[in-house]
Design a protein around this ligand. Structure first.
Ligand SMILES: [Zn+2]
Length: 266
């Protein structure tokens, strides 16, 4: 093949077609927000000194982008376990949930500290939670062309073994063709990360993962995100609060003599 001029050597941009989007800001039911701050308040009441707790943000399967509730796992404040949120722990909690409820992120408190951003340890936890929830928040985002150099087109029943030795990828079709484009689906997943403080502040990020189904090309990124509080018609009732009190008493176990590492993990 001869090129008429060098410009023909420039490869065209791969064809990319958007078919879906991941959330760019966080949707949270007012009920879930009130519950989160109520947990902090109850922790302060029961244990006098407020400290960190963590929980999971929950959504209904049919609307993964809306946080409708907060799930409180056992917070034993065991340094190893709490510092590094393990996937085993997340899986156990997911299993305890009704079938139509899913984890879409995590939330934790920095207590009375005015440390309004995520720590290095928090960053590690974001990744663990994202890895776990990725399968459930996954959706097709983009169809993207995989540009293949030396794509060889072969016809079913009409090629010989030697033909397979040619090119980098062989496409075998049931009829004669002269051109083919291969488009892979890029799937995207997300998880939410929220940190709150006793004074009523909150800071949050969305973490994303995108992966090509054929190329396995994976990108992970995150961004600070705005949060929109949504009135879902549910509010924190007195019954909710008393049930939550029992839950906090049962699930949150204070660490009375925290070693210095406990402070650092904030
Ligand atoms: Zn933290």
């Amino acid at each position: 093949m001869r090129f008429k001029d060098l410009s023909q050597l420039k490869r065209p941009e791969p064809l990319t077609i958007t078919i879906g989007n991941l959330p760019q800001h966080i949707l949270m039911a007012k009920y879930a927000k009130d519950k989160a701050f109520k947990i902090s308040e109850l922790v302060g009441v029961f244990f006098e000194k407020s400290f960190e707790w963590y929980g999971f943000t929950l959504a209904n399967n049919d609307h993964p982008e809306l946080i409708v509730d907060i799930g409180l796992p056992e917070n034993d404040l065991n340094l190893q376990d709490h510092t590094h949120l393990g996937s085993q722990r997340i899986a156990e909690f997911q299993e305890s949930l009704p079938e139509d409820v899913m984890i879409n992120g995590w939330i934790h408190s920095h207590g009375a500290l005015n440390y309004r951003h995520f720590s290095h340890t928090d960053e590690e936890n974001h990744r663990t939670v994202l890895d776990f929830v990725a399968a459930r928040t996954r959706k097709p985002l983009v169809k993207k062309e995989i540009v293949i150099r030396d794509l060889v087109l072969l016809e079913k029943d009409r090629f010989v073994e030697k033909d397979l030795g040619m090119g980098s990828v062989s496409l075998i079709t049931d009829g004669p063709i002269t051109e083919a484009r291969i488009m892979e689906t890029i799937f995207g997943s997300f998880c939410y990360s929220i940190v709150i403080g006793d004074e009523g502040w909150h800071h949050q990020e969305i973490h994303y993962r995108e992966r090509g189904i054929l190329s396995s090309h994976t990108t992970v990124m995150s961004q600070a995100a705005k949060i929109e509080f949504v009135d879902t018609g549910r509010s924190l009732s007195q019954d909710d609060i008393s049930a939550l009190s029992d839950e906090v008493k049962q699930k949150i176990k204070p660490h009375n003599d925290p070693p210095p590492e406990l402070i650092e993990r904030m």
